[in-house]
Ligand binder design. Structure first.
Ligand code: ADP
Ligand code: MG
Length: 255
């Protein structure tokens, strides 16, 4: 991994950082206004580090809507996650995502919302690994149970609040486990909605226990083979009636 580079926001006007600020192509007329927008948020420093690359520079994450880097507010040492709207994102702004993230925060889910403007979303930075990598590095039943129960519990709270995340079934990139605390975070509320039928618990169970990806395999290797039929039955009941009782039966079947 390349060493981290910390810069004042003014330096984002220079390449290769300008390309990241206006990903995927630098747009001269956009640079100054984006830098002013960052200053209006109180951001004075940004940091380029992480396991993803954008314009050959390390960043925390790269999706189709945004590039995520670390940012610091004036007089504060705490690193924050800064999501930068891509010019080719097909989204007008981050206001919907910010509203959904705040609704999730109201039930204790997601990185804490900090601030939003048209092109930037600031939130708590989760220093951790994607769930699959975390599972690979912690092959121990007690930790697995704790982390999985916590993820399901968070999804239950989202279901109860009427907020559907929307990208939990096919989303190994949206579950991050904080390295120090061993706590899971659901990220990216970009496609979240309060209009759709909620399917957070069912989607995440599909992804963790039923689907054909690496995560069910990792879970079974450590926790022993699960009775899939049992989980699918419990899922079906929960889908019919989202009661706490049905949720707990499902939780038991899973862990
Ligand atoms: N608050 C955060 N803390 C740490 N990493 C984050 C945070 N938010 C997003 N990321 C990382 O950045 C990646 C891209 O962010 P995401 O919100 O998923 O963008 P997109 O909407 O473009 O998919 C995520 O997959 C995740 O790895
Ligand atoms: Mg994403």
């Amino acid at each position: 991994m390349k060493p981290p580079v910390k810069l004042p926001v003014e330096n984002l006007a220079k390449e290769p950082y300008a390309t990241i600020l206006c990903y995927p192509h630098t747009k001269p007329e956009e640079i100054d206004s984006r830098i002013s927008e960052l200053k209006s948020l109180g951001v004075n420093l940004v940091e380029f580090t992480g396991n993803s690359l954008a314009a050959n520079v390390p960043v925390i994450g790269k999706g189709y809507v945004g590039i995520v880097i670390i940012a610091y507010l004036t007089n504060r040492n705490e690193p924050l996650a800064l999501k930068i709207r891509r010019l080719d994102s097909g989204r007008e702004n981050f206001f919907h995502e910010a509203e959904m993230l705040q609704k999730a925060n109201n039930v204790g889910v997601g990185p804490k919302f900090v601030a939003v403007t048209k092109n930037f979303l600031l939130s708590q930075f989760i220093n951790g690994d994607f769930l699959a990598k975390w599972l690979e590095n912690h092959k121990d039943v007690v930790s697995f149970r704790r982390v999985i129960a916590d993820i399901l519990e968070q999804c239950w709270w989202l279901d109860m609040s009427g907020l559907d995340h929307g990208e939990l079934s096919k989303a190994p990139r949206h579950l991050i486990v904080d390295n120090k605390l061993g706590v899971s975070f659901i990220v990216d509320f970009e496609t979240a909605s309060i209009q759709r039928r909620v399917a957070n618990v069912t989607s995440v169970c599909q992804h963790l226990f039923v689907g054909n990806n690496i995560i069910p395999r990792l879970i079974w290797e450590t926790m022993g083979e699960k009775n899939r039929e049992h989980i699918i039955d419990a899922l079906r009941n929960y889908k019919k009636e989202k009661s706490r009782e049905n949720f707990e039966t499902l939780l038991q079947a899973c862990i």
